[in-house]
Design a protein around this ligand. Structure first.
Ligand SMILES: [Zn+2]
Length: 247
């Protein structure tokens, strides 16, 4: 008996890992790409009203450094963090990762990490692929740097038990012609162990009209999530549903 107990204690000390928590139905992760100013001026206050979490994927690509009318300032990004939202890494230049050498990708990833550190924001653990293009070299680099999730494109729910979290698919990508029916169909996939990851850009997105979401339509989307009783979180909160990494 004592030997059995000693063995059990040794096991716990050697492998102090907990099992992945089961995924509840109606679990939704909300993500916003490209550092659009409406994330701070419109989206964040609205999400607060609903009690919803979200991840904002920050890039200094496009006209981020020169056009402060349409893009977030780092002070606004810091405020998003202070308000409880997750700040994720969407790279310095927003270059598709297959077009970069590992050194270029590393430099672009590190730049956003350094900017976060300079503004009192924790080092990101969630990443988003620019233009949704992925490759194995990026997955390796992100894993080595401690990233837990990297959102790609796609149109299906994420299964934490089966999918690679560094190639996490989105279930819905808000576009000007997206319909409420498409949104409802995407959200309905949040069951049987699967998480629905939703992608938006600016609301509105004046500089990238092809990914614009109308604010009134966005409010209808959020109302649907609330009606359905969804738990709406930042990507980082999905970590509890991953299998612990091998020791
Ligand atoms: Zn982007």
């Amino acid at each position: 008996m004592m030997r059995l107990l000693a063995g059990a204690i040794l096991w716990v000390l050697t492998f102090p890992v907990r099992a992945a928590e089961p995924v509840p139905d109606r679990l939704v992760a909300l993500t916003f790409d490209d550092s659009v100013v409406s994330h701070a001026t419109f989206v964040a206050p609205l999400l607060k009203k609903y009690g919803f979490g979200a991840t904002f994927f920050i890039t200094e690509g496009f006209e981020f450094t020169t056009d402060k009318q349409h893009y977030l300032t780092w002070e606004q990004i810091r405020e998003l963090h202070a308000a409880g939202f997750e700040i994720g890494n969407h790279t310095r230049r927003h270059t598709a990762v297959p077009r970069q050498t590992p050194e270029q990708l590393l430099a672009d990833v590190e730049h956003i990490e350094r900017q976060c550190a300079a503004h009192g924001i924790p080092r990101p653990t969630s990443f988003c692929y620019p233009g949704y293009q992925t490759n194995a070299a990026a997955v390796k680099l992100l894993r080595e740097r401690g990233y837990r999730f990297a959102r790609a494109g796609g149109a299906r729910a994420f299964d934490p038990a089966a999918d690679e979290p560094l190639l996490m698919p989105q279930a819905f990508d808000g576009k000007p012609d997206s319909t409420m029916e498409q949104f409802k169909a995407a959200v309905a996939q949040a069951r049987d162990g699967k998480v629905v990851v939703l992608t938006f850009h600016g609301i509105p997105d004046l500089k990238h009209p092809w990914v614009n979401t109308d604010p009134a339509k966005f409010e209808r989307y959020l109302a649907h999530l609330k009606e359905q009783g969804c738990r709406v979180v930042a990507v980082r909160e999905l970590a509890r549903h991953l299998q612990p990494r091998s020791p």
